[in-house]
Design a protein around this ligand. Structure first.
Ligand code: URA
Length: 422
């Protein structure tokens, strides 16, 4: 077997056997297949796709490329988001479902590009740390039902190496490559059930509904084939989720949501995803699970669990700094908000220092943007559209106003939950 024959076989439109895919992944990991050869292989997959069977085999090979976590705890439910602007859902969901007796033992990432990472957001709480040994991780889940770490162990090394190459070769947006990357990591981290929030829209990895459905169906199939209860919720990411974009600002908004005072779209999403997680974890109906989720958002239990979690990971919730400067941006028109461009808002928040352009960039946790309105709202000229929280970097009013479109015609509110694949 050699990489050239395999690339040529794929080029002719033929399907690869499991052995051939295994050869490519293992030899790439061993350094015998060079980056330029792997780039050609990945580009071919990006252009020509993979069959369902090839994708399932690729996922399995990636999953088996490293360690797998097996905790002596049940039930454990994992949640994954494909990433969006203002997506602080995990910070609300994890303590919420843990407060209902469903364990969350989660690995999360840092942000790169225009979307933020959960780890960066949580680290805006002074003292909060996300590095711990597997033993401490397991003990914390046993004690309080929740632990969240960055990387741990040598899980799916194939994904680390392949993703780094995809990132610089324009092959991130391939459906089979996304499905195998996400699912190999979810399967390696040892949860019994997996709920995926698949964002669709201009601020998301996947822009078209058709592609999102294909990806969702594929991931659910892979999860179930591996014996996991799996669901994928397709959600709108044309406008930011909630109102806050920026690390400490998003934690503040999460605290509001944990006290039943969050923005409606964030709360709706938390109830939908939380309902699935609790239904999987406790083996109860979705409706019963959603009732429990709603109750715990309003009776203070979810927030109590959040405080317990923050304390367990060394954080001081009273030390959450924002700003230090703020500036209100006023509307120049009267009318209905037609569009709040999630991608642009994400990029503007990054320009303020809330995100990274390269892995080496240092985040300023205090800065960001807080919207006053969502798509469909009516605003008057001179009314505050949003507040910019800034420190040493600034953005112009024009840049911000360009990301928001206002029209005279009435605009209906976009649907947040587009589809649920189970
Ligand atoms: N998130 C992942 O973990 N992998 C991808 O390929 C895309 C998003």
């Amino acid at each position: 077997m050699n990489i050239l024959d395999i690339i040529e076989k794929k080029e002719k439109g033929e399907n690869l056997s499991k052995e051939e895919i295994e050869y490519v992944i293992n030899e790439f990991l061993a350094g015998n297949i060079k980056d330029y050869q792997m780039s050609a292989f990945l580009t071919e997959i990006d252009l020509l796709g993979l069959s369902e069977e090839e994708t399932i085999n690729l996922t399995d090979i990636m999953l088996n490329s490293g360690e797998k976590i097996k905790l002596d705890i049940s039930p454990i439910v994992d949640k994954h988001s494909t990433g969006g602007v203002g997506d602080k859902t995990t910070i609300v969901l994890a303590p919420l479902v843990a407060s209902l007796g469903v364990n969350v033992a989660k690995m999360s990432g840092r942000g790169l590009g225009h979307t933020g990472g959960t780890i960066d957001k949580l680290e805006s709480i002074e003292g909060f740390h996300t590095e711990m040994s597997l033993e401490k991780f397991e003990n914390q889940v046993k004690e309080i039902g929740i632990a969240l770490v960055g990387q741990m162990g040598n899980l799916v090394p194939a994904d680390k190496k392949i993703y780094a190459l995809r990132d610089v070769t324009g092959t991130v947006d391939s459906i089979p490559l996304i499905a195998s990357s996400i699912m190999s990591k979810k399967l390696a981290s040892g949860a019994d059930s997996i709920v995926i929030d698949l964002k669709v829209g201009n601020g998301a990895l996947v822009n078209s509904l058709e592609e999102a459905k294909e990806l969702g169906n594929l991931m659910v199939k892979i999860g179930k084939m591996n014996g996991k209860k799996t669901a994928c919720v397709l959600t709108n990411m044309d406008e930011p989720l909630g109102l806050a974009v920026g690390n400490a600002l998003e934690v503040k908004e999460s605290i509001d949501a944990l006290n039943g005072k969050g923005p409606k779209d964030l709360e709706d999403l938390v109830i939908e995803l939380g309902g699935l997680m609790v239904s999987f974890g406790k083996n109860i109906s979705i409706e019963e699970a959603k009732t429990q989720v709603r109750e715990t958002l309003y009776n203070g239990k979810a927030y109590e669990k959040f405080k317990e979690w923050v304390r367990a990971q060394g954080g001081n919730i009273d030390k959450l700094e924002i700003g230090p400067n703020q500036k209100e941006i006023k509307s120049k028109e009267t009318g209905y908000i037609q569009k709040i461009n999630a991608l642009e808002i994400g990029k503007l928040a990054r320009k303020l220092g809330a995100g990274r352009l390269t892995k080496e960039d240092i985040i300023n946790p205090k800065v960001g943007i807080v919207l006053n309105h969502k798509v469909g709202d009516y605003v008057k000229e001179g009314e505050t559209l949003l507040t910019v929280y800034y420190d040493d970097k600034i953005i112009t009013d024009e840049e911000i106003l360009e990301s928001i479109t206002i029209t005279k015609e009435e605009v209906s509110k976009p649907k947040l939950i587009i589809d649920i694949i189970k």
